[in-house]
Design a protein around this ligand. Sequence first.
Ligand SMILES: Nc1nc2c(c(=O)[nH]1)N[C@H]1C(S)=C(S)[C@@H](COP(=O)(O)O)O[C@H]1N2
Ligand SMILES: [Mo]
Length: 523
Amino acid sequence: MTTPHSGKRFIAWAALSGVVAGAVFLAVAELAALLFARTASPILAVGAFVIDIVPRPLKELAITTFGEYDKIALLAGLGLAVFIASAIAGILQYVRPHLGAIGIVLAGVLSGAAIVTRAEATLLAYLPPIFGTAGGVAMLVILSRRLRAWRAETLGSAVPENPADRPGYDRRRFLIGTSVAGVSAVVVGIAGRTISAVTSSAEAIRKAVKLPSPRTTVTIPSGAEFDIRGISPLITPNKDFYRVDTALTIPTVDPESWSLVIDGMVDQRVELTFQDLLAMGLDEYAVTLTCVSNEVGGGLVGNAIWQGVPLRDVLKMAGPSTDADMVLSRSVDGYTASTPLSALTDDGIDAILAVAMNGEPLPPEHGFPVRMVVPGLYGYVSATKWVTELKVTTFAEDEAYWTPRGYSAEAPIKFASRLDTPKSGTPVEAGKVPLAGVAWAQTVGIERVEVSVDDGEWMPAKLSNPINEDTWVQWMLEWDATPGTHYVAVRATNKNGDLQIEERAPIAPDGSSGWQRSLITVS
Ligand SMILES: Nc1nc2c(c(=O)[nH]1)N[C@H]1C(S)=C(S)[C@@H](COP(=O)(O)O)O[C@H]1N2
Ligand SMILES: [Mo]
């Protein structure tokens, strides 16, 4: 009889065989995805599904804990879950043959379901989970059989007649099978995913795009930008521009096959190709984007020069009904935003379909080839990236992605001011220190920024020359810093004469508010 110790040892080997079978499942699925349906990677589909179903508090926790690495953290968590589930499947298969295999089939069905809920899924998208399941089950059955043979070998006292009965034969067969399959799965899986990511990246397609020169360009007035170390540059470089979206992998959209459909409550359905859009003529617009998830003093805001076409001109072609009050814009990946129709048709608001950002075609992560940019509204209700449909409808009839997830259906930007330098936690030397930052009140403009040190009187800051009312302005105030710790508070007034909201509000449901107060250390 075997000792309890060796029994436990076999359970550990069984768990390993499960992990290898799980890896084979994923590797075969990645290979099938590479060959048949790029968007149908089971692990990424499940990840995307998780993003869509996690409740708001958990999502906020993920963003505040992991920041821009929230998606990497999600994949790491998912990897751990797959590891544990596979190990359990391996043990089950060893203890009760078929049970582990049934577990893998179940995982295949679940990931298949996650894939077909994705917006871009075609029939071919079923192939990766089917092949993955077949590979995973076959591997589990083979390894589990070999493991049981090895166990029997240690129990029995067979007389070695042929090579297969020599001591250690079954042990070797199990160990070789496990290591060969394990290593191959890792190599094939990583190679498959990398090739998919690299070759499907919109980068090559994007490089081939030639945009016509814009008919008008933005003029940056003199005095628009201060020369102060640590202040946000007037124009945020693309590589530093914040990115917020629900896309676990960046959608790849070929402008050749891209089209924009304008339908719903319209006189006539209109479909525009990328060339149709460019033929309307491009103009330049400077607009500061802001995310509803931006905390007081936070970095989810950026200013860019966009090239595009007014949404009012595009909507006019379809003839929106006077009974409509909302446009539900849809991305190729299924994301939707609800924007008041009036914000898109008003002559005084430069709402655009943008194709270029700071002089180049939109970067893939910022919506290539076409996105919306609407001054004055938070990104989640207006700035749809990879946009492909505009449905003219009503707020009563339709709901956007974030609405059932705890955010307002309508969300104008709460105007705000931010201290960029000095930073809390970075001590400065006593003497003349510039306090400086940015302030934004899209569509209205910033009239005044004031600073108070240690609850002293409010002192007006100097403002940079604004590009327009849709962009942020820089502000600065020279401060005579004395050694010690000081509170620096900042607040803005817009051109309507409204003072920035002092009361603190969380980001949900319609954006944070409150004056930023920073603790500055002077040495
Ligand atoms: N397709 C798609 N578009 C989207 C989103 C998204 O999740 N998917 N997020 C929106 C949000 S919340 C914001 S703040 C802006 C951010 O745009 P950026 O990533 O280019 O800065 O995009 C908006 N457009
Ligand atoms: Mo956002």
